[in-house]
Design a protein around this ligand. Structure first.
Ligand SMILES: [Zn+2]
Ligand SMILES: [Zn+2]
Length: 251
């Protein structure tokens, strides 16, 4: 046997031993999987695909047939004003995608590659992909970032593949807010985040095209408040990219 063949055989043996000792499991649910399934089991793959397909409204991100849109807005969004101009989403906040996002926020940062893949696909398919100058992660208050150890939106933003847009962290959270899921109504959520954001001195948002990056959009109060702050700072347009949109009409 020549050296290359010996190396190949050794690698193969090592891989087999690895598989015996640490059989591959689904990164989401922990079920055993075969090597060909990559990182997710069949059930999680099919759930993920069913939450990520389908058309949605580019204003609110909720499920909507493209034929039901009027001026790029679903019936719910007609006549409504948002501070962000358009939204792109990875999928609907349910099933495997919901579990993966929750785990990602609770320390399972190894889920980032699958989630970033979804976010990247959504961004590339969006109408604003070519327009954006800055990717701006929705900031956490420093006390929450300290508790969690990281800002999940910054991890996502940093891994997105964009040929020209750069990360900008000059949007900051200046007030600690209550956790949005504890807020019952959309109005209460909007009040909770009102005035919670500001831009750093010396920011470069003036006249620029900005894309906010976040994990979940529920009522959109947080994204709206961030977009309002960025526009007050002179941003020309503010778009949003989220992994998932919650609160579908069919729920
Ligand atoms: Zn699974
Ligand atoms: Zn809509």
């Amino acid at each position: 046997m020549n050296t290359a063949k010996i190396k190949q055989a050794a690698t193969f043996t090592l891989q087999s031993i690895n598989q015996l000792l640490w059989p591959p499991v689904c990164i989401n649910c922990g079920e055993n999987i075969c090597e060909t399934d990559k990182s997710l089991c069949q059930k999680c793959w099919s759930e993920l695909l069913s939450c990520t397909g389908g058309d949605y409204c580019p204003c609110c991100g909720k499920d909507a047939s493209r034929y039901g849109l009027l001026d790029d807005a679903c019936p719910d969004c007609q006549g409504k004003e948002f501070h962000f101009d358009r939204i792109a989403r990875g999928g609907v906040y349910t099933q495997a995608l919901q579990q993966m996002i929750l785990s990602f926020k609770n320390g399972r940062t190894e889920l980032d590659s699958t989630l970033v893949f979804l976010a990247d696909s959504a961004l590339q398919a969006s109408s604003f992909y070519k327009d954006i100058d800055f990717l701006v992660p929705v900031p956490l208050h420093w006390t929450r970032r300290l508790k969690r150890g990281y800002n999940q939106s910054l991890i996502l933003a940093k891994k997105l593949k964009h040929p020209t847009a750069v990360i900008n962290t000059d949007l900051v959270r200046i007030r600690r807010t209550k956790s949005q899921p504890t807020m019952a109504s959309p109005a209460a959520r909007a009040r909770n985040v009102a005035g919670a954001f500001a831009v750093r001195y010396g920011h470069r948002f003036s006249g620029r095209m900005v894309c906010l990056v976040d994990d979940i959009k529920t009522t959109g109060a947080t994204l709206n408040e961030c977009a309002k702050t960025l526009k007050e700072a002179g941003a020309a347009k503010v778009f949003a990219l989220v992994l998932a949109v919650a609160g579908q009409r069919k729920d």
